[in-house]
Design a protein around this ligand. Structure first.
Ligand code: COA
Length: 333
């Protein structure tokens, strides 16, 4: 039995991501709202974000998945399980995983959606890797994709500047015991439900003309409250997973934080004692893409040739719920 409690290790063996071409820069918001480029860059680190004008989350997911499959040299029929992490499913049901399966033409799999807000990809990675470690699956497609523009109120300057649309995908399969998903520390706390949510459209407040008039189909965030908790939990969980695995800053190749606010990423980096070059940051170009941020970072850094087999990489996130945590990955390819 290994440290994860099983006989097998699961690792990421391919990555892919896709973003729409349409760019919204900060000046776009300054043209009709009381905001400006300087405020947005200083308070968030975001300079621009991508918007999907036509289509839905599954379209971005499929494009990212095709890239990951091609890089691995697999066809859609090789996939046994699709897990789609998203807060913006194409529809409440059927599962977006089914829509992705059909668009990919993957004939030998089952799958489901996971919703854990900005921690979705991390929670999905834990789930997918456990499926592989159990011996039940050898080829899993894990997707993090969100069309945040579908639930963003472009008249609310507190939130509309933050979000963008994107899809990311990774493939998981068995790897050598000293590689892959090494450790995870994940937590939830429902006390966070009051500070970051989408109030309408669920069973509590089904969509009516009234809920729409009140804007309950949009993201609401009490930014300052969420910020304070995010800084603590992301920094502490990242440091915790590093310390309990006996790793110091020099042993870490990269921290891959969920990209919500540059100041939160800086706090996590400082708590871990890392240099700036050790942190993957793309929030300046894409904003917060919710479930897509972490796989997208991995895919970009891999494509740039910056990831090496055996690299220790800490993934960490914080999101609505609250949901948060960190996963230690030893890069497998
Ligand atoms: N342009 C200009 N001013 C803005 C603005 C904008 N786009 N958005 C908000 N403001 C104003 C506010 O109205 C407020 O004005 P007031 O003091 O007159 O009321 C002031 O700026 C400060 O607002 P505040 O919300 O305290 O700013 P902040 O420094 O906390 O930054 C966020 C706001 C949203 C960027 C920040 O709180 C944040 O990133 N929160 C956490 C995000 C997160 O981690 N989410 C979890 C994962 S999704």
């Amino acid at each position: 039995m290994n440290k994860r409690g099983g006989n097998r290790h699961a690792g990421i063996t391919a990555v892919g991501h896709w973003v729409p071409d349409d760019v919204l820069d900060n000046n776009f918001f300054a043209s009709y709202l009381d905001t400006n480029d300087e405020w947005i860059v200083t308070r968030t680190g975001i300079r621009e974000r991508r918007i999907l004008r036509e289509g839905a989350t599954s379209d971005m997911a499929v494009r990212a998945a095709r890239i990951a499959l091609e890089r691995r040299g697999w066809t859609p029929d090789d996939i046994q399980l699709i897990i789609c992490c998203t807060v913006t499913p194409d529809m409440l049901f059927p599962p977006t995983a089914c829509l992705i399966q059909e668009k990919l033409g993957a004939k030998n799999c089952w799958g489901f959606d996971m919703t854990a807000a900005c921690s979705g990809f991390l929670f999905g990675l834990e789930t997918a890797s456990r499926m592989v470690e159990s011996g039940g699956y050898d080829r899993v497609l894990l997707i993090g994709a969100d069309k945040m523009s579908a639930i963003t109120n472009y008249q609310d300057r507190n939130t509309c500047i933050l979000f963008g649309d994107a899809g990311g995908a990774v493939i998981l399969e068995p790897v050598a015991e000293d590689l892959g998903i090494m450790d995870s520390y994940l937590r939830i706390d429902g006390a966070g439900k009051e500070f970051l949510y989408m109030k309408g459209g669920g069973s509590l407040n089904p969509a009516t003309a009234e809920t729409v008039a009140k804007g309950w189909h949009y993201v609401y965030q009490d930014g300052k409250t969420v910020f304070k908790r995010a800084v603590v939990e992301m920094a502490e969980s990242s440091a915790h997973i590093m310390e309990r695995n006996g790793l110091s800053a020099k042993d870490i190749a990269y921290l891959v934080p969920h990209q919500a606010n540059l100041r939160i990423l800086d706090a996590a980096r400082e708590r871990m004692g890392l240099a700036k070059e050790q942190v993957m940051i793309n929030i300046d170009r894409y904003g917060n893409t919710t479930d897509a941020t972490i796989p997208m970072c991995l895919s970009e850094w891999w494509a740039a040739g910056k990831l090496k087999k055996g690299d220790n990489i800490v993934l960490s996130s914080f999101g609505a719920g609250y949901t948060w945590g960190a996963i230690l990955v030893r890069w497998a390819y």
